[in-house]
Design a protein around this ligand. Structure first.
Ligand code: PNS
Length: 181
């Protein structure tokens, strides 16, 4: 299997799970905007793979609140504490992009059983397209089980408090965006 080569643990005083350095994983999504639930999955994923690519879907035709460049900027700030995590964007088929990046894993976060059906369908379709790429579901912390980008935008638009739901960099951008609407 070739699992013998590992990264050195990053933290000296705290036990850190060692991740196989050769393994590249991709964490795709719209991230419009990234939430603390996404961040939780990124942190977990960064411990599983030597290299984790957070891949933002270029879906400007769907009129996202933030442009691809803005979503990538916010994510770049959010992933700064994780040296093996990078941010990219893609369009076209996810599995083709994953293959271009030589990623062997696709990570997706599952919050509740209601996420499972759609995710299963996508994972099986991706497997049919490229059987060599495996999808792995990660459970975000239960404190994020009700957090979604859609609800964050709605709450913010209606004047609700989103602190604790999104990283500070995202809260700041939301404030700027709503002030300019
Ligand atoms: O954050 P989202 O919106 O749930 O992410 C969905 C995403 C980006 C993972 C999905 O829409 C996707 O993979 N789009 C790329 C096009 C593609 O590969 N479609 C076939 C999926 S089976």
């Amino acid at each position: 299997m070739g699992w013998a080569v590992y990264n050195e643990p990053r933290t000296k005083n705290r036990p850190v799970a060692r991740q196989p350095v050769h393994l590249t994983a991709i964490y795709p999504g719209s991230f419009d905007p990234a939430t603390n639930g996404h961040l939780d999955v990124i942190e977990r994923g960064s411990k599983l793979a030597g290299r984790l690519i957070v891949a933002v879907l270029r879906n400007e035709s769907k009129q996202p609140l933030f442009s691809t460049a803005e979503r990538m900027e916010m994510l770049a700030e959010v992933v700064r504490p994780f040296p093996n995590v990078e941010v990219a964007s893609f369009d076209g088929l996810l599995v083709d992009f994953a293959s271009q990046c030589q990623a062997s894993l696709i990570l997706r976060g599952i919050r509740a059983i209601s996420d499972y059906e759609g995710e299963l369908q996508m994972a099986l379709m991706n497997r049919r397209l490229r059987p060599e790429i495996e999808t792995v579901f990660l459970m975000a912390g239960e404190q994020y089980s009700f957090v979604s980008s859609r609800l964050v935008k709605e709450i913010f638009r209606l004047g609700g408090d989103v602190s604790g739901l999104v990283p500070p960099a995202v809260a700041c951008r939301l404030r700027e965006r709503m002030a300019s609407v």
